[in-house]
Write a new protein. Structure first.
Length: 185
């Protein structure tokens, strides 16, 4: 296995902006670091479960993946349009009380996040399984990828905490940037 390619793939996918990372940034912005960490823990556990499921179900999914990818692209596109609409209709002049940034919302978001689902369905079969089929090697890979994902989430929490004041000053511009980033994905 080419470890360098594997690590680059994992780091690029987990550290680049995506729905989970943007929600983490937004949670720090709106609710603080503690809430963002709660969300991050839920997201990390779900990420690990998705990786483990991918590893266990790899042989069954190999014939279904092309069909799933099309469905996930459609669901992902609809979800991105929904997020854009929510940003558009958002009234920032009124304070809101929402149940965001919870462990459960972080956990559930991962199962609805097309980027995470596609990544977890491809990383194990593409990089690990062709070279290592022993349960111990696959388990170590799942743990390593989960740690990389957790580091990415923590980086976004840190980024949000450091730039919180700047993000609040330019809230509408940041929201527009998020929208365009989602559309480019």
């Amino acid at each position: 296995m080419n470890i360098t390619s594997f690590l680059i793939y994992c780091f690029v996918v987990t550290f680049t902006p995506g729905p989970t990372n943007i929600v983490i940034l937004s949670t720090v912005h709106n609710h603080g670091t503690k809430k963002a960490m709660e969300y991050t823990y839920g997201a990390t556990i779900a990420f690990c479960l998705l990786l483990a499921a991918s590893a266990m179900l790899n042989t069954m999914l190999i014939t279904v993946i092309p069909k799933i990818l099309i469905v996930m692209q459609i669901i992902g596109s609809i979800y991105m349009l929904y997020l854009a609409y929510q940003i558009y209709k958002m009234d920032t002049s009124k304070p809101t009380v929402k149940q965001t940034g919870t462990f459960m919302s972080g956990f559930l978001m991962q199962f609805l996040n097309p980027k995470v689902v596609l990544f977890t369905m491809t990383v194990i079969p593409s990089f690990v399984m062709p070279h290592y089929t022993a349960m111990s090697a696959v388990t170590i890979s799942v743990i390593a990828i989960t740690l990389i994902g957790f580091l990415a989430f923590i980086t976004w929490v840190l980024f949000g905490a450091i730039f919180k004041q700047s993000l609040q000053k330019h809230e509408k511009a940041v929201d527009v940037m998020h929208y365009f980033w989602f559309m480019l994905q």
